[in-house]
Design a protein around this ligand. Sequence first.
Ligand code: SF4
Length: 330
Amino acid sequence: MRNSFFSWQNKLKYSPFFQKAFLTLNLSPDFPGLLNIELTNACNLKCVFCPRLSSNREIGFIKKSLFEKIIKELGVEGPIEVLWLMKDGESLLHPQIIELIKIAAAGKAAKRLELYTNGLLLNQSMSQKLINSGLDVLNISLDALDERTYLKLKGVDAYQQVVLNVKRMAGLKKKMKAGKPFLVVKMLETKEVRGQKGKFLKTWLGIADGVVIQKPHKWEGSVQVDPGSRVSSDSGSLSRYPCNLPWLSPAVNWDGKVTSCCVNFQDNELIMGDLNRQSLKQIFQGEKYRQLRRAHLDQDLVKWPTCARCRYWQQFPDMSRRLRKISQEK
Ligand code: SF4
């Protein structure tokens, strides 16, 4: 029942009609509708499709006091639609992970609280704590159907361990009669697993609450993925329209710096402000954000080379009319 609900929900989620309706309601120059908070950019895997190894950022962990400050603001201004407690690293490595999830859930920061993990640290105790934490959705990135492919793609021989962890988590949920977190198993459709979509769905649909298969992308050209991917095109002749994310979905790095989107993994021109000194609202309504939005509307990205190289904006429909309207109203 839940599986079919999820696939129905997903079809809606990725349908152009739903995307446009969602964006119309949530695009805003006033406050974000979606947010990533990075708990850490440390990781225990070395995935070939992840850009973090070429990042110029220091490795670190968010301080509880800073996290509480952000959640408090979201509670006052929000709740936002979705809060993802992750960005460039493995969130379960944060020593206070369960405490932070509980703070976010109690603070009514978002209508949906999600976590992405590689599942390696999802032992029995962690699984039980996550089930009782208030988390709404737990996404586990598996990305392979066998040990050899997993090792090749993710750099560590941990396939069997993660499979065991996911199955135990699903079993515990049943045993504890827990509706949450909604358990999603994910696979990136790299060339190594091409043709295995059906097998992946069949393997996991009876176990997890949902299964998602996503196209990889090139992280502004930093990662070489299969060129057949929908968002990995390097074509120079793209007819470009504004990226929606500067009006929708910033990301907070573990050190409090706010970047325009979760795609930006560097310390660069897309750092819009610092939550140690400013509020999220001040940053989102600030001069630097205004300049970035104007550059996207004018398609003049010379001062924003990361956006100029990026192709992630293609994942979303052209909302330029709406963006111009809400930007003029300001
Ligand atoms: S164009 Fe790319 S890098 Fe720039 S804001 Fe959009 S998603 Fe982020």
